[in-house]
Design a protein around this ligand. Structure first.
Ligand SMILES: [Zn+2]
Length: 122
């Protein structure tokens, strides 16, 4: 089991946070904006992390809904707090370490994939 480099994830989270804040600002400024125009200019965020499972990533990072962005923002803040607490990367359900690959795709994850699936099934 390799230790998680929390500095790396703190940076990821802070970057992601800036993007979400910017996305929210856009939503507030211009409610006409939609992401149906995927070939347009709204792809500023997708170069960067292109090598992690893009399907999941695109789905989970869907900023089309304002509600969703605010939810992600809260999750990001909670994850930053967990880094400070020293509990980052630990599944909140059963206490096992969340695989680094999952954290790289979704740095604010609080559950391992198994527990997440369990919860979504309910
Ligand atoms: Zn778990």
């Amino acid at each position: 089991m390799s230790a998680i480099d929390t500095n790396q994830f703190r940076e990821l989270l802070l970057e992601e946070r800036q993007r979400v804040v910017a996305a929210l600002k856009n939503l507030h400024d211009d409610h006409a904006g939609t992401l149906t125009d995927e070939s347009g200019e709204e792809s500023a965020y997708d170069n960067h992390l292109a090598d992690t499972a893009t399907d999941t990533y695109d789905r989970e990072l869907d900023y089309t809904l304002e509600e969703n962005s605010e939810h992600v923002l809260a999750d990001i803040d909670a994850a930053l707090k967990r880094i400070d607490d020293g509990t980052y990367g630990i599944c909140t359900n059963r206490g096992e370490q969340i695989p680094v690959e999952r954290l790289e795709a979704r740095p604010w994850a609080t559950l391992c994939i198994d527990c997440q699936r369990d919860r979504e099934r309910r």
